[in-house]
Each structure stands twice: as structure tokens, then as C-alpha cells.
Design a protein. Structure first.
Length: 404
């Protein structure tokens, strides 16, 4: 898995927190000092865990801070389902908002860029290939063997494939050890996989709002997320490039994601039973909406504008098939993790409920001898999204964990 790193500056468009602000409401406005550069990592080919071949692999990545001479001050950030590598800072000074975890990344912050060199990369099959600040290879990419987009001929990829490509990026920089791998939601899945696949390299695992595998209930929910796309006639079994795209199905899918990532406490406080428009009682006509309905329509349509339906489906599959260690046994996968682990759940998470995921995981890891810390300090009213929006509440815990 040899690759090459190329640098380029990407500007404009919707960054991590700018898009999150659209979907999730007001977020922190202070950004990492300086302008962030989007770089590109390239591999001539990559063989997936399932044996498929992907040619001309390209993923975007960003870094914050400076790599020391020993190359041993590195923290890797892995992103969530609808996210990308823009974890901190801005591409240009007048961007609407900084990267999604800017509250904890920067000089003097828990992930202190005066001390650490922090890397974040776009995954394979990233949800947003239409975002000019995202570089990814997936179904929307051109298959060099045919000169046409892959569509559904793109190989099925796993969370381990995301990690393998990240490992190739890390190797290309001459980095042999990681002070930590940290991610939220789907990013936590990657963090667990890193810990299992490279125990000699990963010194700490920090996982927010996630779990060690996709349990049956989550697999079912992910099936529901994907259903609107497959029911849209424009999806056409994934063959829609150059034609009418399944925009309606993708938008409905993103509405499901957006609502499940929240909590009813947020819905009660933000909307209650308010009407979308004054004088338009939802009881009076089928087209009249409640405020939360109109908000979901608008938020999901904005996200769909930079997303790709096939990429969404491939991400669903990667999450459904996740088991730490990419094997059949969760026990075997967890046994490979040797690093201390910090677990940061949200008490009101409807995607990864702590009682089903991080609380029992804490017990399992402790029984096998891992040092484990557990905090629910990020919890407010946002449910799953507390792990993105309110990660700063766990800042002291994160900083102390990294200092040990």
C-alpha cells in the first residue's frame, strides 16, 4: 500500500461546522489560528479487505500543529458518517465556521497544537464528493478501466478499509507511532479498529458517541436510512451518473439521519408543536407543516446538495458490517486492543445508546486488563450530536488522559 502525498489549497464551500450549523444550530465560532490547508494523498491502487481492487485512490487530509523531529507527537482524528477531514480551523478567514472539533484543537486546547501534530483525513466513499473541500474515492469516481463512474461496481468497503488507507497515509509521512486515535460516531469505530489492527502503534484510543460493533438494532436503523434512496426511481440500481439523480430519496434519507442524531429534548425546546407558517394550521391542509418538518426538509436538502446517494449506501454498508477487528468475534477483536481507552458517550444518544454500547464495553475492556476511563460530561439535549457540538465539555478529561 504505497502512496504519495500532494499538497493543495481548497477554498470556499461548506466546512465542517458551517454545515453542522445548518443542520444542528449555533456552534462555537472561535477558530484555530491560521489558515488550514487541504492536502491530497494518492495511492496507485488499493486492495480491499474483500479482495476488490480500487485504482487511483485519492483522499483529502488536513494537519494542525507541527510534526516533531522524532515524528512521535501525532494524534489522528477520524470523522463521523456525514463528516470529513475538516476537524479544526478555517480554509479562509471569512469562512462561516471552523472545523467541527475546533473547540478542542488548537494552541492551549485539549488537543494542543503547540505540542501535538494532529492529522485528519477524508474516508473512502465519503458522503460528500460534491463538496470541493472533500477529496475521496468512491462510486462517483471514474473507474480508469471504463472511463465512467464506478456506480455499484465499486467494491464493498469496510471500516477496516478506511483504516488501511489512513495507515498508508501515516506510513507515507514516516510516522511510526500515534499518541492517540480519536473519533466520534463512525470516527469512534475507526478508532477502535486502529487500536485492534495496530496495537503496537496506537498509544491511546479515544472514542466518542460510538460502540465496538453495529448491533442488530443499529443494523436495522441503517437499513431504514438507506431505504428512501433505493425507493427513488432515479436511483436506478446506482446507475444515475449523467442522468437525473435520486435527490428526493437522498434528501429523505438525510432527514432520517438528522432526526435520529438528535433527541426529543431538543425537538421540544427548539420547536414544540409550532406551525411552519403563521395562519397555516397543519390540520387545515395536507400541505401545511409543523416547524420541525420544515426545518428537517431544509436542513436535509442543504446536505443533499453536496452528497452522493451511492456513497451514502456504501457508508451504510461499512457501518452495518463493523465489528472491531473486522472478524466474526467481537471478543477476539477487543482482545487485540492493548492501549488505554477513553470512552465519551452521550447519555441520551439514540444512535449508540450507552446502555447498549459504551457502558458494557467499559466492563469488557476492564476485564481483559485495559485501562479504561468513562465520562458522560458532554451530555446536554442534543442526543448523539452532543459528541460533535459539545465535545469541549470533555476537554479537561481528554487533556488529562493524553497527559498520562
Amino acid at each position: 500500500m504505497h502512496g504519495v502525498v500532494r499538497g493543495s489549497i481548497w477554498s470556499g464551500c461548506l466546512g465542517g461546522l458551517a454545515m453542522a450549523a445548518c443542520l444542528f444550530g449555533a456552534l462555537p465560532a472561535l477558530a484555530l489560528d491560521g489558515i488550514v490547508e487541504k492536502k491530497v494523498f494518492e495511492m496507485p491502487s488499493y486492495t480491499t479487505t474483500g479482495g476488490g481492487t480500487i485504482k487511483n485512490v485519492r483522499i483529502g487530509w488536513e494537519s494542525y500543529g507541527k510534526l516533531n523531529d522524532a515524528k512521535d507527537n501525532v494524534i489522528l482524528i477520524t470523522h463521523f458518517f456525514s463528516g470529513n477531514s475538516h476537524a479544526a480551523g478555517k480554509y479562509k478567514a471569512d469562512d462561516a465556521a471552523p472545523g467541527y472539533w475546533d473547540s478542542i484543537i488548537g494552541p492551549g486546547k485539549p488537543l494542543d497544537t503547540d505540542k501535538y501534530f494532529i492529522i485528519s483525513s477524508d474516508t473512502l466513499v465519503n458522503l460528500s464528493p460534491k463538496d470541493p473541500n472533500v477529496v475521496t474515492t468512491g462510486p462517483a469516481s471514474i473507474n480508469p478501466d471504463t472511463g465512467k463512474p464506478y456506480g455499484m461496481s465499486f467494491p464493498v468497503v469496510t471500516i477496516q478499509d478506511f483504516v488501511n488507507v489512513q495507515k498508508a497515509l501515516i506510513d507515507s509521512l514516516g510516522i511510526k507511532t500515534l499518541q492517540a486515535v480519536m473519533g466520534g460516531s463512525m470516527g469512534s469505530l475507526q478508532a477502535f479498529e486502529w487500536g485492534a489492527d495496530h496495537p503496537e502503534m496506537v498509544k491511546r484510543v479515544i472514542a466518542a458517541i460510538g460502540g465496538p460493533e453495529a448491533d442488530p438494532f443499529l443494523i436495522g436503523w441503517l437499513n431504514l436510512w438507506a431505504a428512501p434512496i433505493k425507493l427513488d426511481p432515479n436511483w436506478n440500481n446506482g446507475d444515475y451518473y449523467g442522468k437525473a439523480e435520486p435527490k428526493a430519496g437522498l434528501t429523505e434519507a438525510l432527514k432520517l439521519v438528522t432526526l435520529q442524531a438528535r433527541h426529543w429534548k431538543w425537538a421540544d425546546a427548539a420547536f414544540g408543536r409550532k406551525w411552519a407558517e403563521d395562519g397555516k394550521d397543519p390540520k387545515a391542509a395536507m400541505g401545511n407543516q409543523y416547524a420541525i418538518e420544515a426545518w428537517l426538509d431544509k436542513a436535509a436538502a442543504g446536505r443533499a446538495a453536496v452528497s452522493d446517494a451511492n456513497h451514502f449506501l456504501y457508508l451504510v454498508k461499512a457501518n452495518q458490517t463493523f465489528v472491531t477487528g473486522n472478524g466474526g468475534s467481537l471478543e477476539d477483536g477487543l482482545a487485540k486492543i492493548k492501549a488505554p481507552v477513553l470512552l465519551i458517550p452521550s447519555a441520551d444518544d439514540l444512535v449508540f445508546p450507552p446502555d447498549r454500547n459504551m457502558r458494557p464495553l467499559k466492563d469488557r475492556l476492564e476485564k481483559q486488563g485495559n485501562k479504561v476511563e468513562y465520562t458522560e460530561s458532554i451530555t446536554s439535549t442534543l442526543g448523539h450530536l452532543d459528541g460533535v457540538v459539545n465535545i469541549g465539555k470533555a476537554g479537561d478529561t481528554i487533556a488529562q488522559f493524553l497527559a498520562k
